[in-house]
Each structure stands twice: as structure tokens, then as C-alpha cells.
Design a protein around this ligand. Structure first.
Ligand SMILES: NC(=O)c1ccc[n+]([C@@H]2O[C@H](COP(=O)([O-])OP(=O)(O)OC[C@H]3O[C@@H](n4cnc5c(N)ncnc54)[C@H](O)[C@@H]3O)[C@@H](O)[C@H]2O)c1
Length: 321
């Protein structure tokens, strides 16, 4: 059994990672300030601390808990917010991460998993799908912060031998995603369609993303933990980055059409001006994760959207009771 501290463990992806780690027999500590996360999503078998990753009280928690691995999912996760307020974004996404890394080196925590972004670190892609060595030229503050943390992780390996894996997610969707947030087009569309509203599409809707189901993302976190703790032929301790997507490019309009069919809605998209800082096309090559992590996405887009819509439908029935 390994003790893992998951930041952002009350959020969409982090809470699923916590569930899976507990299921796998690990002891889990969650740190989350509930800025966008929910107490209801925190697994009852995890020890929960409602605290900001920037807060000095985090040190006493790390010192008391002494986890073997930090899994860092807490973040300001909205690209448009990062464009509107890059200082706020950097405070949480760069300084918050650095605070964790400093605590990791001070308390001898040797392993770190970081939730990075395959949709943001490459910027406008030069080739499709992007491999991990594709030029990294983020076009928004959020992407710059994710890339900066990956670079800090390389540095902390050299200076403090902290072993790390950065998982560059595509566009993650699935149960528990916030339908009222600024990010997460699947949840936002499902929320609008279920309430009989026209989903808002920013731009012409032909921008593409690599949509990956949260269950597949969770499995990459399990395999990354195994890689860090057990090593193996393909891993010698150096920081590693992995794209976690599907290699399939889907437009926002296609997503809306799929969901409208699944839900049985005739509501059409309401088009508005494109958001600042958005890229046009994003799709990830997942060959490295396949080879090194033995990871493979298992949930098809059709199945994943159907399941997600069903989950939100059940939730809304539950809320009305
Ligand atoms: N959802 C995606 O498509 C996607 C894609 C690429 C990367 N990511 C990354 O994955 C991670 C999780 O994203 P998500 O979609 O689950 O978002 P989310 O907003 O649901 O989760 C973030 C969690 O972090 C917590 N948090 C925010 N600021 C904090 C702070 N200062 N201190 C402590 N906790 C704080 C929030 O309360 C929330 O529970 C983020 O790092 C995000 O950047 C997400």
C-alpha cells in the first residue's frame, strides 16, 4: 500500500483518480480548497483537507502525512480565465505547483504526477497528431504555466532526484464535470440540452479537440503511479511526459450533434465570438503512452458521450427529488 496525496481530489478528474487509487488499495489524502471542486465528490475513505495549495498550512499536512507520491491535479483550469487574469493563473498554476515541489524536496517525497495539458502546451500544432516532442509554443497563460511546471519537474529531478510523470491530457470529459464551468464543452452542452437551452458555441464550431474519457485518464494515473514506484526497463527515473488522448480529432459541432441525438434534443448551437487564447485544431499522438505505460484508451467517443449524458440525466432527476 502506498500513501498518495492528491491535490484537486474534489474536482472532476482528481476525484475519479482518488476513487481509483483507493480501489487499488492505496491510502489517499486529498488537498482541495473547493474553489471549483465539491465536497460530495471526495471519496469517504480519503482523508480530506480543505486547504489552498498556496497556503503555508500545507506544510504541516505534508509533514504529518508523509506521502510517497504527490499527484497534482489542483489548478485554475480555465483557459479564458488565464487570458483575462494571467497573474491569478500563474499564482495557482505556477507558484502553487512550486510550493508543492518545495515541500516534496523538503520532506523527501520522491514521486510526482502532474496533470498537464496536451491541448495547451503545443500551441498551434505544426503537425497532426502532435507527438510529445512537437514544438511547445503555448498561446495562453494556462499553457505557459503547464509547460513551466513540466520544466520545474525536470529541474527538480536534476537537483533533488524527484521522479515525475507529466500527463498531457486532451479534452477530458465524463461524469462529475462541472456543466456551469468555463471549461468542459461536453458537460456544458449536456447541461444546456437537458435544460432545454441552446448550447453556446464560441467561433464557428469547427475547432477540433481530442476528447478522452475520464476513465481512460484515470487509468493513465494508475499506470503512471506503477511506473514511478516500480520503475521498469523503459523508465530510469528521468521526468517523462505522455500525451493522454485518443488520436482522434472531433469538432465541437460534431460533439453537439452526437449529444443532441443521444438526448433527443432539437436545440441548435448559438454561435458567439471565438474565445481568446483558443487554438483551432488539437489532436494527440499517443504512441509513447502505448509503448511505455502500456496505456490504451478503451472508451469510444460514442459510448463515452452516451454514458456521460446518462449520468447527467440521472443527476438532474436526483436534484429535482
Ligand atoms: N478537464 C480537462 O479537459 C483537462 C485537460 C488538461 C488538463 N487538465 C488538468 O487536470 C486538472 C484537473 O482538472 P479538472 O478538469 O478536474 O478541473 P476541476 O476544476 O474540476 O478540478 C480542479 C480542482 O482543483 C481545486 N483547486 C483549484 N485551485 C486550488 C487551490 N489553489 N488550492 C487547492 N485546490 C484548488 C478545485 O477546487 C478543484 O477541485 C487540472 O490541473 C487541469 O488543468 C484538465
Amino acid at each position: 500500500m502506498t500513501k498518495v496525496l492528491v491535490t484537486g481530489g474534489a474536482g472532476f478528474i482528481g476525484s475519479h483518480v482518488v476513487d481509483a487509487y483507493i480501489e487499488a488499495g492505496h491510502q489517499v489524502v486529498v488537498v482541495d480548497n473547493l474553489e471549483t471542486g465539491s465536497r460530495n465528490h471526495v471519496n469517504p475513505d480519503a482523508r480530506f483537507y480543505e486547504v489552498d495549495i498556496l497556503d503555508s498550512s500545507l506544510e504541516a499536512i505534508v509533514s504529518k502525512e508523509r506521502p510517497t507520491l504527490l499527484n497534482h491535479h489542483a489548478a485554475q483550469a480555465s483557459i479564458s480565465r488565464s487570458v483575462a487574469d494571467p497573474v491569478h493563473d500563474a499564482r495557482i498554476n505556477i507558484l502553487g505547483s512550486l510550493h508543492l515541489l518545495e515541500l516534496a524536496q523538503k520532506y523527501g517525497i520522491p514521486n510526482f504526477i502532474f496533470a498537464s495539458s496536451g491541448g495547451a502546451v503545443y500551441g498551434h500544432q505544426k503537425w497532426y497528431p502532435a507527438t510529445e516532442d512537437h514544438p511547445q509554443k503555448p498561446i495562453n497563460a494556462y499553457g505557459i504555466a503547464k509547460l513551466a511546471v513540466e520544466k520545474y519537474l525536470e529541474c527538480y529531478w536534476v537537483t533533488h532526484q524527484i521522479r515525475s510523470v507529466s500527463l498531457r491530457y486532451g479534452n477530458v470529459y465524463g461524469p462529475r464535470q462541472n456543466p456551469h464551468g468555463e471549461a468542459g464543452v461536453v458537460a456544458i452542452f449536456v447541461g444546456a440540452l437537458l435544460q432545454g437551452r441552446h448550447p453556446v458555441i464560441y467561433g464557428d464550431g469547427h475547432q477540433t479537440r481530442d476528447f478522452v474519457h475520464v476513465r481512460d485518464v484515470v487509468r493513465s494515473n494508475i499506470l503512471a503511479l506503477d511506473l514511478l514506484l516500480r520503475g521498469g526497463d523503459a523508465f530510469h527515473g528521468e521526468p517523462s511526459t505522455f500525451n493522454i488522448g485518443t488520436g482522434r480529432e472531433t469538432s465541437v459541432v460534431e460533439i453537439l450533434n452526437h449529444l443532441a441525438t443521444i438526448i433527443g434534443s432539437s436545440k441548435e448551437g448559438q454561435f458567439e465570438a471565438p474565445k481568446e487564447g483558443e487554438i483551432r485544431r488539437s489532436v494527440l499522438d499517443i504512441g509513447r503512452a502505448r509503448k511505455v505505460l502500456s496505456w490504451e484508451p478503451g472508451v469510444s467517443l460514442e459510448e463515452g458521450l452516451r454514458e456521460t449524458a446518462a449520468w447527467f440525466q440521472a443527476e438532474s432527476v436526483q436534484l429535482k427529488k
